[in-house]
Write a protein that binds this ligand. Structure first.
Ligand SMILES: Nc1ncnc2c1ncn2[C@@H]1O[C@H](COP(=O)(O)OP(=O)(O)O)[C@@H](O)[C@H]1O
Ligand SMILES: [Mg+2]
Length: 209
């Protein structure tokens, strides 16, 4: 699913609310009908189902090398060493970044760092992966590598929800889109929503090609 909206429309805010890192001023987040509680326990439980990857990888990378960064979440769950290694190997494979395993994160390209942060989220084995503007700042080859990785995650039965202001990309990739504008969300099939001139004009978005 793609969350679409102009700059400042609230995409990042919506993703942070869904991830539990921001508490909504009204309304609730539900997972399978169960409301999220903003307690330590509630949030800990929620983070095992739903993982958010921020737009800027440098907000999320802080270990010396790729393996340690990807291992950080599982290590925090208190898993034993062999389980952590297994999850790290699986996540590196999903993002096709095995060759980066021993590399210091600060030596990697922006696109590589983005894929390392996604691997870190996948090592938590979430049901839902939230990605804030995963294609922003990538060159065309980087975007292609990113979406190749996202296809692999979908085949791994992870639900991917991403934000973007690129309507053409959303139209091509998403099964469902949600347009954020003026505090409201219009959600539906890409053909229904992205071909609706009124919705697109109001949201200050360009219709897909
Ligand atoms: N913590 C916050 N408290 C109040 N307003 C915020 C906060 N974070 C962002 N905003 C405002 O909310 C609006 C939506 O921001 P954001 O979710 O970052 O939009 P987008 O990701 O679509 O560009 C903006 O006007 C922004 O300035
Ligand atoms: Mg944003």
């Amino acid at each position: 699913m793609a969350i679409l909206g102009a700059n400042g429309s609230g995409k990042t805010t919506l993703l942070k609310i869904l991830a539990g890192s921001l508490e909504p001023t009204s309304g609730t987040v539900e997972v399978d009908g169960v409301p999220l509680r903003h307690t330590r326990r509630g949030l800990r439980r929620h983070r095992q189902d739903v993982q958010l990857v921020l737009q800027d990888p440098d907000d999320q990378l802080f270990s010396a090398d790729v393996v340690h960064d990807v291992a950080f979440g599982p290590a925090n769950l208190g898993l034993d060493g062999s389980e952590i290694s297994e999850r790290v190997a699986e996540a590196l494979d999903l993002l096709s970044i095995e060759p980066l395993a021993g590399r210091p994160t600060h030596e990697l390209s922006y696109g590589e760092r983005k894929r390392v942060t996604i691997a870190g989220a996948m090592a938590m084995r979430p049901c839902v992966l939230l990605l804030d503007e995963p294609s922003a700042g990538l060159d065309p080859a980087g975007v292609e590598e990113m979406f190749h990785a996202l296809d692999k995650l979908e085949k791994n039965h992870t639900t991917v929800v991403l934000s973007t202001h690129d309507t053409a990309l959303a139209y091509e990739w998403a099964n469902s889109v949600a347009v954020v504008h003026g505090g409201t969300v219009r959600q539906g099939h890409p053909d229904e929503i992205l071909r609706d001139g009124n919705v697109m004009t109001a949201a200050r978005l360009r219709p897909p090609g």
